[in-house]
Design a protein around this ligand. Structure first.
Ligand SMILES: [Zn+2]
Length: 234
C-alpha cells in the first residue's frame, strides 16, 4: 500500500466564524412553526401624525384614542376587529404582547367558556397588562393564555377579544401588538381563503390567504392587510 501525503489548505482561524450571521444575536428564543401551526397577529396604532382615514388604508391605524374610550384590537391578517374565533379542532396560544403609548393604558382579555350549553359566552379571563404612563412593555411569556388549559382536546370553538382602554387624561397615541399561535389539532389544515374588511366602507370581502393588498369590491379603494400563512420561523 502506498500512502501519499498531501497538504490540506488551512481555512478559518480555528474558531467559529460568525461573520455571516449578523442576526444570530437574539433577545428571545426563536419560534419555529410546524405545518399544523400558523401565527396570528392583532394590533392597533393610534396617531394624529396622518389624517384619517389614510388612502390607501391600513385597518389597524386609527386616530388617537380619547380618554376612557375602549377599542377592540384588529386582526392584522383581515382588518376585522376582534372578537376572533378559533373553530373546534384548533388551539390558541398567545406568544407575545407588546405595547407603547403616551397615556395610562389597560388591556383586558376576554375568552369564551368551553361550553355547549351557553354557546361559549365571552367572559373576562385575564389582564395582559396595565401600564401607567404607557411605557413600552414587551413580553413573550411561557405561562400564557391558551385554550389548551381550558379545553385540552380543542373540542369546542372559542372566541377571543382584547379590549384596550385609555385610562389617561389625554388623547392616547401609540400601539399594541399581540401575537398568537393557532394550531390545528387532529383536524384539516388551514383554509385557503380569508374574509377581510375594508377599513373605509366596512365591506367584507373573501380573498385568497396570502393576499396583502386588496382593492375593495364595494368602494374601489385600496387597503392593506398582513399575511402570516408563510411564516415558519421567527
Ligand atoms: Zn371599501
Amino acid at each position: 500500500m502506498v500512502v501519499k501525503a498531501t497538504t490540506v489548505p488551512a481555512r478559518g482561524v480555528g474558531k467559529p466564524d460568525y461573520s455571516k450571521e449578523v442576526s444570530s444575536g437574539r433577545e428571545r428564543a426563536g419560534i419555529s412553526l410546524k405545518y399544523s401551526q400558523q401565527l396570528a397577529g392583532w394590533g392597533l396604532s393610534w396617531t394624529d401624525i396622518v389624517a384619517h382615514p389614510q388612502v390607501p388604508a391600513v385597518p389597524w391605524v386609527k386616530p388617537p384614542l380619547v380618554p376612557d374610550a375602549q377599542a377592540h384590537l384588529v386582526d392584522l391578517a383581515t382588518g376585522v376587529a376582534l372578537p376572533y374565533t378559533t373553530p373546534a379542532g384548533y388551539a390558541f396560544t398567545m406568544v407575545q404582547k407588546d405595547w407603547t403609548c403616551n397615556e395610562d393604558i389597560e388591556l383586558w382579555l376576554y375568552g369564551s367558556t368551553p361550553s355547549e350549553a351557553d354557546g361559549g359566552s365571552l367572559v373576562l379571563i385575564a389582564c395582559p397588562g396595565i401600564s401607567p404612563s404607557g411605557d413600552n412593555v414587551y413580553v413573550n411569556p411561557v405561562y400564557t393564555y391558551t385554550s389548551l388549559t381550558l379545553d385540552p382536546t380543542s373540542a369546542y370553538s372559542h372566541s377571543w377579544d382584547v379590549v384596550v382602554v385609555n385610562r389617561g387624561t389625554g388623547d392616547m397615541e401609540g400601539g399594541v401588538v399581540l401575537a398568537a399561535i393557532i394550531e390545528a389539532v387532529g383536524t384539516s389544515p388551514f383554509p385557503d381563503t380569508k374574509q377581510c374588511q375594508c377599513p373605509l366602507c366596512h365591506h367584507l370581502q373573501t380573498v385568497k390567504v396570502g393576499t396583502t393588498v386588496i382593492v375593495c369590491d364595494n368602494c374601489g379603494e385600496t387597503y392593506y392587510v398582513q399575511d402570516f400563512s408563510k411564516i415558519r420561523e421567527l
